[in-house]
Write a protein that binds this ligand. Structure first.
Ligand code: ATP
Length: 251
């Protein structure tokens, strides 16, 4: 019997999650809960298990024990593509965009197929897709770059395009691994604005090392250390927590 938390209230409920690699527990009895419309940031020293947590949620790595409930569905028993269909989108550190295609085409090919019931009415579907591409392009600050080949975009614009390729699938949970790495100060500020805008319809789970960016976006911060939660709460709370200063922020 579960005491305390009622997972139904949460978009994502990770409970007692563990993964062992040859006996080494990269994630060790980890529990945390993400609410709807929340931006949660996971921070922690190198090797704390942050990327492994995202790998477990998106099904890339299989858990040794524990549970990941997303909208009441158990993700640990699902395949990667089923998890995507259930509404979980994941962006990796390196953009996986198609350099030879334009911004428009990159967004267009990411539009989910088979979800609509238009059947033979291709022109109706085309119009719907086109409208959605324009809507997403606006969100990711690329409205005036739609006909530009992706290879010509700046590093930051490439990162936004990949976020757009996930947004067009309308995930309820979007997971981002160090989204502002390599970005300029102004691109970081725009990325914070972008994330704050898109959580109207979803939650975002971010791994990040840039503390200024974390302060700008985090509703709540989870500090990982050796595969476990070291501290959790507001940015103010965790940055003043002596345990966090000792193992992470003090370095
Ligand atoms: N497939 C794997 N096989 C064996 N060990 C692994 C595997 N994946 C991760 N690890 C180990 O698990 C630990 C956690 O790694 P992880 O990449 O999740 O850390 P992290 O917090 O994301 O670190 P960083 O900030 O450096 O990206 C590390 O010691 C890593 O070597």
């Amino acid at each position: 019997m579960r005491i305390g938390h009622q997972p139904k209230e949460f978009l994502l409920a990770v409970e007692a999650l563990t993964v062992s690699f040859d006996g080494f527990k990269a994630v060790n009895n980890l529990s945390f809960y993400v609410e709807e419309n929340e931006i949660r940031v996971i921070i922690g020293p190198n090797g704390a298990g942050k990327t492994t947590v995202l790998d477990l949620i998106c099904g890339k790595t299989k858990a040794t024990a524990g549970s990941i409930q997303f909208r009441g569905k158990e993700l640990t028993s699902m395949k990667e593509n089923q998890i995507v269909k259930a509404g979980v989108g994941r962006k990796f550190q390196n953009p996986s965009i198609y350099d030879d295609l334009t911004v428009f085409e990159n967004l267009e090919i990411s539009y989910p197929r088979g979800r609509t019931v238009f059947g033979a009415l291709t022109f109706t579907r085309d119009a719907v897709v086109r409208d959605r591409v324009h809507e997403v392009a606006e969100m990711i600050f690329l409205s005036d770059r739609l006909n530009v080949k992706a290879e010509l975009l700046s590093h930051g614009q490439k990162q936004w395009l990949e976020i757009g390729m996930l947004l067009i699938q309308d995930p309820e949970l979007l997971m981002l691994d160090e989204p502002v790495a390599g970005m300029s100060v102004s691109e970081r500020a725009k990325t914070a604005e972008l994330l704050n805008r898109i959580i109207k319809d979803r939650s975002v789970l971010v791994i990040e090392h840039d503390m200024k960016f974390v302060e700008d976006i985090a509703h709540k911060v989870t500090v990982l250390h050796q595969g476990q939660v070291l501290s959790e709460g507001s940015m103010d709370h965790v940055k003043n927590d002596p345990k966090v200063i000792e193992v992470y922020l003090g370095h």
